[in-house]
Design a protein around this ligand. Structure first.
Ligand code: PMT
Length: 218
């Protein structure tokens, strides 16, 4: 398969030295890209700014902002059979980006934010026969919001994780996820390394592609 994977945070600039972002390290998305490449798939990894080495046998496209990630996804999607959006895309960005560093001054600074483009919603109509997999980062029980996102974003699967826990989710080597299928099936996976979680996710994807093509693939 040809797979498109996104990973890491995006950074939304406020001025030349400051930005709005989140705690994503890229570990989950990089693990997915590595697991897919290790299974012999052709992988394009679109990565926000992270401190990880490029995974072997993967074509890496680096981006910073949500708008850049959207552009990269749009230009790579046509050649891919599946998209896995593990990136933690910023949901808002500053309306105005100052050209010079905003000087410190007495009192509060009010920053107006506007929504970024929702990448998955934006490309929903280009899905065709491709498999789309999202991740849902929630605090507390992730399942109700994950189910809603699965439907709203037109996904085949969503991988739900509770990012309020310190032992899984953001910037650690483990995750504990629930895989929600579009047909309503719900699989609770045990706590595993992100590598193991990624390997299992790639196997699920391979099975889904095989089922979609009537068992002819793989
Ligand atoms: O990077 P790590 O430190 O390893 O952490 C892993 C992780 C917690 C970031 C990862 O497991 C995860 O949950 N990624 C998704 C984070 C997220 O943005 O979730 P969300 O529930 O806000 O978004 C739902 C889906 O919509 C995601 O697939 C997201 O990529 C996508 N999205 C979100 C916002 C946006 N503007 N466009 C999008 O396409």
């Amino acid at each position: 398969m040809r797979l498109l994977v996104t990973a890491g945070p995006t950074r939304e600039p406020l001025d030349p030295v400051r930005y709005l972002s989140n705690r994503s390290s890229g570990k989950m998305g990089y693990a997915v890209a590595s697991a897919a490449a290790a299974r012999g798939h052709a992988v394009v990894l679109i990565s926000g700014p992270v401190a990880l080495p490029p995974p072997p046998d993967v074509r890496l496209v680096r981006v910073n902002t949500a708008a850049e990630m959207l552009g990269a996804v749009q230009s790579e999607l046509a050649d891919c059979e599946a998209l896995i959006m593990a990136a933690a895309v910023a949901d808002w960005r500053p309306v105005f980006i100052a050209g010079q560093k905003i000087k410190k001054h007495a009192g509060n600074l009010t920053v107006e934010l506007e929504p970024t483009a929702d990448i998955l919603r934006h490309i929903k109509s280009d899905k065709g026969a491709r498999l789309f997999v999202g991740f849902a980062a929630e605090t507390g029980d992730p399942l109700p919001a994950a189910r809603a996102k699965l439907q709203a974003k037109g996904l085949d699967f969503i991988v739900a994780n509770d990012v309020s826990r310190s032992d899984i989710g953001f910037d650690v080597d483990h995750n504990q996820v629930t895989l929600l299928h579009v047909d309503g099936r719900t699989d609770h996976w045990p706590k595993m390394t992100k590598k193991e979680t990624a390997e299992r996710l790639i196997r699920e994807l391979e099975l889904a592609v095989k089922a979609q093509s009537g068992g002819a693939a793989g």
